[in-house]
Design a protein around this ligand. Structure first.
Ligand code: CP
Length: 323
């Protein structure tokens, strides 16, 4: 059996970032702290650095993305890297080239970091097993399994609004079964010590019982949101659902949509999160999405900061390993 790929180097620093599963909470906290240094207050110039000077960061996204891809590009550029965005659907993979041959091709052009998004589980780790000693691989989202930088940016957003994780009740709502965002949030928030994690979904969108074992499960949104500090809404992941989709979207919205009335059941200072892209009128109303409790734009801003923190950490770790 293939052993899991170690993400850390011998100094306990990140060599790759493929999953938050099993990642030490101390390392997560270090990345959150570092991301605080890369915050960009409105109206001010974004922080920059030269941590990635002479580096090349290549993004290979085989699934659509706005936030992740754009924020990795900005993060890499703000740290001084050259950036290559390969549109996989227009690349020679369409002519039959394997992902590994694509990686070998780009490695020959001296790419230092690959950011990979793929619908096929295992692709990110496969790439990490094939790159050279001095090359790192970061997941930009792997199938329904993992989205580690999203998990970190969500944790950072919660920390900024709520301080300590202990004592918090976090409710995740929607298509959890097909959500890599929910899985990485679960890894991050349980490691960081959230008091209670709740899942709210119709039966067909609940994950299998062997997953999210510490979470409480609710079919009633009104019960699952009661007294929550954080409400994280998810869209229906149509692209990952083989079986029939809910055909009655109005009924889905009635049962699982976040409205102002439903939000009033959470704590008065509760925050509303959504990883995006959102479907207004399905899982969330515009009143809530654009309302005072929504922190969705802060999540987006934190995406750049977290990705800068991860890239800077990986660069620093590599310098620490240099002969
Ligand atoms: N949250 C997220 O992964 O968004 P994108 O698909 O736009 O990157």
């Amino acid at each position: 059996m293939t052993q899991p790929l170690p993400q850390l180097d011998t100094n306990g620093r990140l060599r790759h970032l493929i999953t938050l599963d099993g990642l030490d909470s101390g390392l997560m906290r270090e990345l959150l702290k570092r991301a605080q240094d890369y915050q960009c207050p409105p109206g001010q110039l974004p922080p920059r650095g030269d941590n990635l000077r002479n580096w090349t960061v290549a993004s290979l996204f085989a699934e659509p993305s706005t936030r992740t891809r754009a924020s990795f590009e900005l993060a890499a550029r703000r740290l001084g890297a050259d950036v290559l965005n390969l549109d996989v659907m227009l690349s020679s993979r369409i002519k039959g080239e394997s992902i590994i041959d694509t990686i070998y091709t780009l490695e020959a052009m001296q790419v230092d970091v690959f950011v990979i998004r793929d619908a096929q589980p295992g692709t990110v780790e496969l790439v990490a097993r094939h790159v050279g000693d001095q090359v790192s691989v970061i997941s930009g989202g792997e199938a329904h399994i993992s989205h580690p930088t999203q998990g970190l940016l969500d944790a950072l957003t919660i920390q900024q609004h709520k301080g300590d994780f202990r004592g918090l009740t976090v409710t995740i709502v929607g298509d959890i079964r097909h959500s890599r965002v929910a899985r990485s949030a679960h890894c991050a928030l349980t490691a960081l010590g959230v008091a209670e994690l709740r899942l709210v979904a119709p039966m067909e969108m609940m994950p299998e019982l062997h997953e999210f074992q510490a979470a409480r499960r609710f079919s009633s949104f009104d019960e699952g949101i009661a007294g929550a500090d954080v409400v994280m809404m998810l869209r229906i992941q149509k692209e990952r659902i083989a079986e029939a989709l809910p055909t009655d979207i109005d009924r889905y919205h009635e049962l699982y949509g976040l409205t102002p009335a439903r939000l009033a059941r959470a704590k008065p200072q509760a925050i509303v999160m959504h990883p995006g892209p959102m479907n207004r009128g399905v899982e969330i109303t515009s009143e809530v999405a654009d309302g005072p409790q929504s922190v969705m734009r802060r999540q987006v801003a934190n995406g750049v900061a977290i990705r800068m923190a991860v890239l800077a950490h990986i660069a620093e770790a590599r310098r620490g390993r240099a002969p």
